[in-house]
Design a protein around this ligand. Sequence first.
Ligand SMILES: [Zn+2]
Length: 157
Amino acid sequence: MSTEPRFIADAMLGKLAKWLRIMGYDTLYFKGGDKRALIKKAREEDRIILTRDTRIISRENLPPNLFIQSDYPEEQLKEVSRNFNIFPTGKVLSLCSSCNVTIKPISKERVEGKVPDYIYTVHTKFSVCPRCRRIYWPGSHYKTMTARLESLADEGA
Ligand SMILES: [Zn+2]
């Protein structure tokens, strides 16, 4: 069993949810407006609630939670990072940023024609999301993102 925190983000925090997944943290994005259902889910699945909704925070007997102050995903990520001591781990880019499921390695042959030619030529390692079939590779996007995440970690604590 992993002791890493798991999160549930409310409807206003979609981008934050993606960032947390990119960093390797299991994060459920709760799009519905039913606050009671969100809290129930958090309790059932042992997830920390991330919310911008003061009406959620004001409830009694709430599971662990964090009220997010900023409007900006990057700042929001810092807020989470500060409070729960999270940082980019070896699991960076191990989850699909859309589906929150673990991506699986896929052989190079099988991605031919599914990624841009220059990507296919340059890279040898690819992964695929078993749910949405999106293909991931350690490309420039990945580098930019890890650089930003690392600067975040430097600042932290
Ligand atoms: Zn996916």
